[in-house]
Design a protein. Structure first.
Ligand code: SF4
Lengths: 208, 468
């Protein structure tokens, strides 16, 4: 079960870059992990830390209001590169629940939904306005209302976004793909019963 | 009269649990193979959401990717590998999943042991968190690789959310010439259609040359479907398939087996079924193949030469060829047979079966590995290793100067200590010649086991037909 996503009011971190690839989001050397949690400290590792592992004070997520950011605003082609699911895992573990950008790489976009993160596509011009809002820091929170499909700016202006209705349904109800499929448990049970009747020869792996 | 259907259509249709409004299907999965690298986060996800494994008895776990291929009886020294192995062991115990431990004779590469143990069967849907799951399609199964979230999805629900693929037929007519193998067929196919040639499709391999292959050869062909960009590869089950499956430990036995065969005989493509795309090749024209670049489609006959980028009209392709030649340290027009190798790797899920080791031993018998060459043979499973030792093949190979190692993925991906050093050139029976795949800076030439053995004893990319 994932956390529901209905409305989110939070500090948004501005990351005014295009083509942020998954290697930037989480470098390959952190992929030998056995966990999906705990990756938040490595989020944007090379941007966030210097060669000695010390925080770079000028990087946005190292600055006071943005340490608690739950929204990220970026530019084109966010999440391109390797298909690693560690990228959304790292974002989520840091606390990011929503990324707003003009467009996203396909697999990353898909992986966000699988992990309860809402990726919002908005035209570049609107992303630029949100980028300015985000730069105002802690006093200028954004509200993302998934039910009404709007992003509310600090000045009250509402920006409408489009989203696949099925994906929206899953997020609103806190259903991951698994939770969704489990709603069809009766059909799976019925399939198994049918298969057992028709192909009773199918063996089980009893003891390895 | 029902619409004629392909092998893929039939296996797909018989596994659709439910079709959702947007065309996505809930697809039932008969067999789920699990290994140490792509499963930890999936089990963790189950734990966090309080879910269980729906059908442990449809699941089989093994360690293969990052374990060492040296003696393992004293445990695994490398800490990260050890942690992944221990984590899998904890997870299979906690969730009741059948498991083949590292010191079990049946341990091996997941795509070798699935068919070997009879866990992979015709007409099945088979998935694993690894792209070379396509191997199992050789049995007439629909088998494909999945990501970690999907591993968790299958563990929890025994299903996947999928949209159907398109049908592609690759027909290989005629018969292979002397010295040519299944590996040469699949390299020739990838050379012909390119690494994106199968995108969006499931490839069915058919034709006289495919029918004539034994199961090991069919698995080699289906294994590399992924290098042709396909979602999966399949071969219609026939008597060769049934003879292979009969008596394997997890396969149906006795009367149940006969009933299964009756069903499996209904699976081959109906006459008149439509394919979205068809490609034909003539097996008689296929020579022993080798790759020259860093993509599996960059393949030439061993009698050929390194292609000349200046003859390539497309600028982007030309630039890519130049980059590949630079990385591979090869010159345009250079004869492939003059290329000297430092390392020979015989193994992987493409070519780690007993038939592959026999082929290598046949070439190695009575010869010596060339001076300065390191040649290693890594059986695909412990059972393959035992069989080879019963046949005395280990002695043949050891006497010729080859290393004889424990089963695992090994130098196929260099996640364990078996790696190329920067600049080293390797004749490899594996499936990917990407930059750095076998170790940073390493240079890989893909070829068949017999050709790899020929490279070992001559110290260069030799034409195995001249050694016979
Ligand atoms: S042998 Fe190579 S290709 Fe096959 S499963 Fe192992 S790493 Fe993957």
């Amino acid at each position: 079960m994932m956390d529901k996503f209905t409305t989110l009011t939070a500090v948004a971190a501005p990351l005014p870059l295009a083509n942020v690839d998954t290697d930037k989001i989480i470098p390959a050397r952190f992929l030998k992990t056995i966990k999906r949690t705990g990756l938040g400290v490595h989020l944007f590792d090379t941007l966030r830390y210097d060669a000695n592992g010390a925080e770079r004070p000028d990087f946005v997520l190292n600055r006071a209001p943005y340490r608690d950011a739950k929204i990220l605003v970026a530019f084109e082609n966010f999440g391109c590169g390797s298909s690693r699911e560690h990228a959304p895992w790292a974002l989520l573990d840091f606390g990011i629940r929503c990324v707003i950008a003009p467009d996203f790489a396909d697999i990353f976009h898909n992986n966000c939904f699988k992990n309860g993160i809402l990726p919002i596509r908005l035209p570049r011009a609107l992303c630029e306005r949100l980028m300015e809002d985000a730069q105002l820091g802690g006093n200028a929170r954004l509200t993302v209302d998934l039910e009404r499909q709007v992003v509310v700016r600090p000045n009250g202006e509402e920006l409408r976004f489009e989203i696949d209705p099925f994906r929206r349904h899953l997020l609103l109800n806190g259903l991951d793909d698994i939770g969704q499929t489990m709603q069809h448990a009766a059909a799976i049970d019925a399939y198994e019963a049918r298969q057992h009747a028709e192909r009773g020869w199918m063996p089980a792996i009893t003891a390895a | 009269m029902a619409e004629p259907r392909t092998l893929f259509d039939k296996v797909w249709d018989s596994h659709v649990v439910e079709r959702l409004p947007d065309g996505t299907c809930i697809l039932y999965i008969d067999r789920h193979l699990v290994h140490e690298v792509t499963s930890p986060q999936a089990f963790e996800g189950l734990r966090m959401s309080g879910r269980r494994v729906r059908r442990p008895e449809a699941t089989l776990a093994v360690v293969d990717h990052n374990i060492p291929t040296s003696d393992r009886s004293q445990g695994i020294a490398e800490p990260e590998s050890r942690v992944q192995v221990e984590t899998l062991e904890r997870n299979v115990a906690a969730f009741g999943v059948p498991y083949v431990p590292v010191l079990d004779a049946r341990q091996g590469i997941v795509h070798i042991i699935g068919p070997e143990l009879g866990a992979s069967l015709p007409g099945f849907t088979i998935v694993c968190g690894d792209s070379h799951t396509s191997t199992h399609g050789a049995l007439g199964a629909l088998a494909f690789g999945i990501g970690t979230s999907e591993v968790e999805h299958v563990l929890a629900t025994q299903t996947l959310l999928q949209k159907p693929a398109k049908n592609m037929l690759v027909r290989v007519d005629g018969m292979l010439g002397f010295g040519c193998t299944a590996k040469d067929i699949v390299l020739a196919i990838i050379g012909a259609i390119g690494t994106a040639g199968g995108t969006g499709h499931v490839i069915e391999y058919a034709g006289e040359a495919i029918r004539a292959l034994d199961m090991a050869g069919r698995m080699t062909v289906c294994n590399m479907s992924i290098e042709a960009g396909a979602r999966a590869g399949m071969i219609a089950p026939d008597d060769t398939t049934f003879d292979y499956v009969r008596g394997r430990p997890f396969a149906p036995q006795g009367a149940a087996f006969e009933r299964a065969v009756e069903y499996w005989r209904t699976l081959p493509t109906d006459a008149g079924a439509r394919y979205d795309r068809t490609v034909t090749l003539d097996a008689g024209r296929i020579a022993p193949m080798v790759t020259w670049g860093t993509s599996p489609e960059t393949v030439v006959p061993v009698t050929g030469t390194v292609p000349d980028p200046s003859a390539e009209p497309d600028e982007a392709r030309r630039a890519q060829m130049l980059r590949m030649l630079d990385y591979m340290a090869l010159a345009p027009g250079q004869r492939m047979q003059d290329v000297a190798v430092d390392v020979v790797f015989i193994g992987s899920c493409t070519n780690g079966r007993i038939e592959d080791i026999r082929a290598a031993a046949t070439v190695a018998r009575g010869r010596r590995v060339a001076a300065g060459v390191r040649a290693m043979v890594v059986p695909g499973s412990g059972l393959v290793k035992q069989q080879a030792e019963r046949e005395g093949l280990d002695r043949v190979l050891l006497d010729a100067g080859f290393e004889w190692r424990e089963a695992g993925c090994s130098m196929c991906l260099g996640m364990n200590p078996d790696k190329l050093a920067p600049g080293q050139r390797c004749a490899s029976t594996s499936n990917r010649n990407f930059e750095g795949r076998q170790g940073p800076g390493g240079r890989t030439h893909l070829l068949s086991p017999a050709m790899a053995a020929a490279a070992a004893v001559t110290g260069r990319l030799a034409d195995v037909r001249e050694l016979a």
